[in-house]
Design a protein around this ligand. Structure first.
Ligand code: 5GP
Ligand code: ZN
Length: 133
């Protein structure tokens, strides 16, 4: 399978490893768009959060939390943004599940929130259409 993140796990493509355990791998994003932008991935291939098996998804989230706490407790950051894109319409570009961690400091000038526009929504209607139970 021609997956760049599987190749990173196998060491076929170099990466700056932040953390690794039996089921997960964390490394710096190549984009260099903020200090410490980190990706956390499961070692078993899946496309995104929608098809990942629960065991690996849970392990990946646990690693996200571990690294986020490390950044805040040991690396001088005040908080983190954690996000995931699942699906092309969600702007996913690499189809091996990954969570982004963006370490944040107060007044660092980073603006991670892409949605600025407000819509005239009837939240009851939205809820009726989306609720699961
Ligand atoms: P997505 O857009 O799918 O949520 O995020 C994919 C991320 O993977 C991007 O932020 C991109 O910079 C990163 N990326 C793509 N190719 C590589 C690579 O070869 N090495 C590393 N370290 N990051 C990569
Ligand atoms: Zn993969």
């Amino acid at each position: 399978m021609d997956c760049i993140f599987c190749k990173i796990i196998k060491g076929e493509i170099p990466s700056y490893k932040i953390y690794e355990d039996e089921k997960t791998y964390a490394f710096l994003d190549i984009a260099c768009d903020s200090f410490g932008h980190t990706l956390v991935i499961p070692k078993k291939h899946c496309q995104n959060a929608l098809d990942c098996d629960d065991e690996y998804l849970q392990a990946t989230i646990t690693t996200v939390k571990k690294i986020a706490k490390h950044y805040v407790e040991n690396c001088g950051f005040d908080g983190v943004n954690i996000f995931n894109a699942s699906g092309e319409s969600a702007q996913q570009t690499v189809f091996h599940l990954h969570f982004h961690i963006i370490p944040r400091k107060k007044e660092d000038g980073v603006d991670i929130w892409p949605l600025k526009e407000k819509y005239d929504l009837d939240l009851k209607d939205v809820c009726d259409k989306l609720k699961l139970n």
